[in-house]
Design a protein. Structure first.
Length: 215
């Protein structure tokens, strides 16, 4: 969270500073990004910038958190407009993520840059922010669709299982992103879902046949 003085700026000036930071990090990456170039892009001074953000890392993470919040707002949707099936509904959310990425190419480029180096210590903190926003969306989704679970299933356990699965999807998403050349978000999403679909089927229909003696 930037210092209070930042929010006393006009919305336009706040946007200019964020845009300058976004352009710098996308072009040069976190390690090579220069606060001198950022203040030049934003038309402000270095002293003023660090009055708002006390370090380059905090500045970068604030930018990532702002982007994650934008994604969270984009994914919010009336449950009545979602399919009853959790995995079909998940597909709707993914489609919205793809649309957000296409409509916000700079945010997409930032995300792409982070995923290419997930082992970077600062990138790891940024990934945590994105994972938190994603998990909130999935937990809300699972809770809304819980009425369609089998009656003998614990809703809490089912929701926690789905969240664990979502974390695995995120890990697979990150790992795939490192090794796939992707300029279009749909390419990556399709690849990840193709890899995860067999696991979705197992979760959806179970492992044992219905005539298993323990049932």
């Amino acid at each position: 969270m930037p210092g209070k003085a930042f929010f006393k700026l006009s919305k336009e000036k706040q946007r200019e500073i964020y845009e300058a930071c976004l352009d710098e990090f996308i072009e040069y990456g976190y390690d090579s990004a220069s606060t001198n170039r950022i203040v030049k892009r934003a038309g402000t001074s270095k002293g003023v910038l660090f009055k708002y953000f006390t370090s380059k890392e905090k500045l970068f993470l604030e930018l990532c958190e702002r982007t994650a919040e934008q994604v969270w707002r984009e994914l919010k949707i009336d449950s009545e407009k979602l399919p009853d099936d959790f995995f079909e509904a998940l597909g709707v959310l993914v489609a919205r993520e793809i649309r957000f990425s296409r409509e916000n190419p700079k945010s997409f480029s930032l995300f792409r840059m982070i995923l290419k180096q997930p082992e970077h210590p600062v990138h790891q903190k940024a990934i945590y922010l994105f994972k938190t926003a994603s998990n909130l969306s999935l937990e809300l989704l699972a809770t809304r669709l819980a009425c369609h679970f089998r009656p003998e299933i614990s809703t809490d356990h089912a929701i926690q299982l789905l969240i664990m699965i979502s974390n695995k999807i995120t890990e697979q998403f990150i790992e795939t992103a490192r090794h796939v050349d992707w300029d279009d978000p749909e390419v990556l999403y399709e690849q990840v879902f193709k890899e995860m679909e067999p696991y979705f089927t197992i979760i959806k229909y179970g492992i044992y046949p219905r005539e298993h003696p323990d049932e």
